[in-house]
Design a protein. Structure first.
Length: 133
């Protein structure tokens, strides 16, 4: 016959195992209006072009350009931020960023050499290339 102390320990052990199994959930919930990976890549590509415009036109308003890009894609800023956080936590942002880079290179093939140069000389600052349309 078992001692009641051992029975309590078995029950506690079982409860802790169950708690461990149920606590292994996601760090972040899927946003209600999650932006697809493809659309996120397109938005990031357009935001990169917008960012480059601030180098070409120093007096331009980056915030207004960002609002324009989001409006162009019919995306609310809250949805973009929530989707961005979700993809970062899920470790999918690297692939989306690579897709965005492919979109940019498709828009301006000359930028390919600039990207290769930046990968070879990461510490050197260079002005960004002018993107042609």
């Amino acid at each position: 016959m078992e001692i009641p102390h051992q029975q309590i320990m078995k029950k506690l052990f079982f409860i802790f195992v169950l708690m461990g199994l149920f606590s292994c959930g996601d760090y972040i919930d899927k946003p209600k209006n999650l932006i697809s990976g493809d659309q996120m890549a397109e938005v990031l590509a357009d935001l990169a072009i917008n960012d480059q415009a601030t180098f070409i036109y120093p007096n331009s308003n980056l915030e207004a350009g960002t609002r324009y890009v989001l409006k162009k894609h019919n995306i609310k800023s809250e949805d973009f931020i929530a989707s961005f956080k979700y993809y970062v936590v899920k470790e999918k942002m690297q692939g989306i960023a690579e897709d965005a880079q492919k979109i940019l290179l498709g828009k301006d093939p000359k930028a390919d050499q600039y990207v290769k140069d930046k990968k070879n000389k990461p510490g050197e600052l260079q002005p960004p290339p002018v993107l042609s349309r």
